[in-house]
Design a protein around this ligand. Structure first.
Ligand code: IPM
Ligand code: MG
Length: 364
């Protein structure tokens, strides 16, 4: 069935616009092939929005976000803020605010390992092979959103870590449902030996687990999970965790997939779904046509599948990415010493390759 959807593109900062160009191009190609009507608008967020309006999330961006059916997002951030912690208005505030305003409490981060990239990781291929993990990172609570304070003499600071039962319940249910449709294994990661928020987390997850007796549930401390993830990543199926732990663990897990440049994510909950790479704005390579567009392209695939329920279309996109990799094409971040120079592509050439393979599938 042909669908009509309004998609908001928020390129953001740094390499954001270079990569979302390709996520969008892939969506346009899919729309053309399947007769869907996707219309696109764009909006500012992050450093570029601060420069233009003084606000990292201008009202107009939020309005457009609420009115659209899905959002394709690039990245936010700029080195000038990282080097000056005293700056009060910061690009990341835009991202945190839009997550909160849209009620996007569940961040799904699939660790999708393409066999062709087994040797792009710094981990041993025999440890990695067969890994398939789906992270559920809580996204609108935790220390990210707790009260922040600083003493008048500036010598003391505090970030409150807090969770309410309902915040744990709703993401836990989503994660258990996903586990049911996968290998029926869920690992909940916390620090219940130290943190009261984690003890609440564990209590609630244990309760929700009773609703899903067919799912094998395990609880693991974050320090142990960080270790197990690189020791034996295959043991994980669905991993459920809090905001901060999930932020850290998924960057670690990106090395299983070879590079941060490969991982896409979907943030869902109450409002418009938000689809983005897990990587940042990478100012060191911005504007140089070096960034890996595959995470944005795979974010577009997640939009098709999770946002619009278009599984077949999503699989086509993933297959086109797979084909580009099978043909040996690599961006710098996933190349290694044995990659022939003529196979190392810039952002645009890699995006073109994926588009080419998408078109070939239709004509095949
Ligand atoms: C992410 C990012 C963000 C986060 C930053 C940019 C605020 O690291 O999406 O993982 O910490 O959530
Ligand atoms: Mg992060």
């Amino acid at each position: 069935m042909a669908l009509k959807k309004n998609i908001l593109v928020i390129p953001g900062d740094g390499i954001g616009s270079e990569v979302t160009t390709w996520g969008k191009a892939v969506l346009e190609q899919i729309a053309a092939d399947y007769g869907h009507e996707f219309s696109f608008d764009d909006a500012l967020m992050g450093h570029v929005a601060i420069e233009a309006t003084g606000n990292p999330l201008p009202d107009i961006t939020l309005d457009k976000a609420r009115q659209s059916d899905a959002i394709l997002f690039g990245a936010v951030g700029h080195a000038m803020y990282d080097n000056d912690p005293s700056l009060k208005v910061r690009p990341e505030q835009g991202l945190l605010k839009i997550r909160k305003e849209l009620g996007l409490y569940a961040n799904l981060r699939p660790i999708l390992l393409f066999d062709e990239l087994l040797d792009a990781s710094s981990l041993k291929p025999e440890i990695l092979k067969g890994t398939d993990i789906l992270f559920f990172r809580e996204l609108t609570g935790d220390v990210y959103f707790g009260e922040k304070s600083r003493s008048d003499d500036r010598n003391w600071a505090s970030d409150l870590m807090n969770y309410h039962r309902y915040e744990v319940e709703r993401i836990a249910r989503k994660a258990f449902q996903a586990a049911q449709a996968r290998q029926k294994k869920l690992c909940s990661v916390d620090k219940a030996n130290v943190l009261e928020t984690s003890r609440l987390w564990r209590e609630v997850v244990q309760e929700i687990a009773k609703e899903f007796p067919d799912v094998e549930t395990e609880h693991m401390f974050i320090d142990n999970a960080a270790m197990q993830l690189v020791k034996n990543p295959r043991k994980f199926d669905v991993v459920l965790t809090a905001n901060l732990f999930g932020d850290i663990l998924t960057d670690e897990a990106s090395q299983i997939a070879g590079s941060m440049g490969m991982l896409a994510s979907a943030s869902i909950g109450e409002g418009t779904g938000f689809f983005e790479p897990i990587h940042g704005s990478a100012h060191d390579i911005a504007g140089q046509n070096k960034a890996n567009p595959l995470a944005s392209i795979l974010s577009a695939a997640l939009m098709l599948e999770i946002g619009f329920g278009l599984k077949e279309e999503a699989d086509r996109v993933t297959a086109a990415v797979d084909e580009a990799l099978k043909q040996g094409f690599r961006t710098g971040d996933i190349a290694n010493d044995s990659t022939p120079a003529d196979k190392i592509l810039g952002t645009d050439a890699m995006g073109q390759k994926v588009l080419e393979y998408l078109k070939q599938q239709v004509n095949a």
